[in-house]
Write a protein that binds this ligand. Structure first.
Ligand SMILES: *Cc1c(COP(=O)(O)O)cnc(C)c1O
Length: 391
């Protein structure tokens, strides 16, 4: 071994040992999706309660057809970034569809939600600007903040008083201000107070970026998210959404004004310097948007199921959850306890992830139930009984 190899071996082994001792070592375990919300883990078929495929779109015939047709017509890859020779008509069709369902003037496609946040935040703010970010915002937002080089303040999760206090104290010293939040939080399943956010952003002359990753497809009359449902889509400057969760495929979008889209085409580095989304994926995304418009009953059903699950947790089992959505965390505290419960659920045929630090704060390990359109009321009742037995 060369000296460099030894050095690498040394620090990676130390890291792995430490994570293992803390019970925090993560590893990959491949699974197989069996369709209809079922998943094969280690050869065992389980009902999947960990998926973001909220509407069951990922194996929907319409998406498969959309992907296949785009593959035949446009090929496997876009071959270049949009600004080089990768800008295909099918990308524009998808952007028009997104603009239509979100009710915004324009939309711009990104490679993924991660890339969208890492590109948009530094494009909108830099040195001399200030960004106010909810403490529980997703890692892709955190990374975008770091890349921006702006001054960052984090406010306590969903606490508008804290946000206002920070704006009051610091806004005047900076050129531009941006507020960034999610709409449905991925680990709490709760909602951001969008009306208050809009009022604050207006009062303090700030821009509002809303990440709707977990709300797209589930909330809003046309399924575009919580901004639509709350009637504030026109007041949110930039809505970020992903195609990788409820929409069943991959990629992301920003829905925004025509000029803001043109600005990002010139400024967002993750847009400029990355290959355009492959045509089969764009074809699937187009089909997903079409389904959103054609089958509103899917999201209505999911929301009814989620409501029922939350109220059963509360009323029959006395379990508190912060959830106001299809993401329903059952917070159990210790890492070990979450793991034991997850194992017990697996025995009973359910795939539920135990979410532990650093994904969530220390002492807040949880089982994260993620409901989808494939689940039935009976499935959920059986799961809750196993869970209540173990709690
Ligand atoms: C999943 C997620 C992302 C990342 O989206 P991808 O398309 O999976 O890269 C960004 N923001 C939030 C809030 C998310 O939950």
């Amino acid at each position: 071994m060369t000296q460099t190899d030894t050095r690498l071996a040394c620090f990676v082994q130390a890291f792995l040992r430490q994570r293992e001792e803390e019970g925090l070592l993560r590893h990959l375990a491949s699974v197989r999706h069996l369709g209809q919300g079922r998943i094969s883990v280690g050869g065992k078929a389980l009902l999947d309660f960990s998926s973001n495929d909220y509407l069951g779109f990922s194996d929907h015939p319409a998406l498969l057809k959309g992907a296949r047709e785009a593959l035949e017509e446009w090929g496997t890859g876009a071959n270049a970034s949009r600004l080089m020779s990768g800008d295909l008509e099918i990308h524009h069709r998808l952007e028009e569809s997104v603009a239509r369902v979100t009710g915004k003037e324009s939309a711009l496609i990104f490679g993924s939600g991660y890339l969208a946040n890492c590109g948009i935040l530094p494009a909108l703010c830099g040195h001399g600007d200030v960004i106010l970010s909810d403490r529980l915002n997703h890692a892709s937002i955190t990374d975008g903040l770091v890349l921006s080089r702006a001054k960052i303040f984090r406010f306590r999760h969903n606490e508008m008083n804290h946000l206002e206090e920070l704006l009051d104290r610091h806004r005047a010293r900076y050129r531009r201000a941006l507020i960034v939040t999610e709409s449905i939080y991925s680990m709490e399943g709760d909602r951001a107070p969008l009306g208050d956010l809009v009022r604050l952003k207006e009062r303090y002359d700030a821009t509002l970026l809303l990440d709707e990753a977990h709300a797209v497809g589930v909330f809003g009359a046309s399924g575009s998210g919580l901004a639509e449902e709350s009637g504030v889509a026109k007041d949110v400057d930039v809505i970020v959404g992903t195609f990788g969760k409820a929409l069943g495929a991959y990629g992301a979008f920003a829905a925004l004004s025509y000029d803001a889209a043109r600005y990002l085409v010139n400024k967002a580095r993750s847009f400029i310097f990355s290959t355009a989304l492959p045509p089969p994926v764009v074809g699937a995304n187009l089909a997903a948007i079409r389904l959103l418009e054609e089958e509103p009953e899917l999201r209505a059903r999911l929301r009814a199921l989620s409501r029922e699950c939350r109220s059963r947790l509360r009323e029959f089992f006395g379990i508190k959850t912060p959830s106001q959505s299809q993401i329903i965390p059952v917070i159990v505290g210790a890492n070990e306890r979450a793991l034991v419960l997850a194992a017990r659920l697996e025995e009973a045929g359910f795939f539920v992830r135990a979410v532990r630090p650093p994904t969530v704060p220390a002492g807040k390990a949880r089982l994260r139930l993620s409901l989808t359109a494939h689940h039935t009321r009976e499935d959920i009742n059986r799961l809750l009984e196993v869970l209540a037995d173990g709690l």
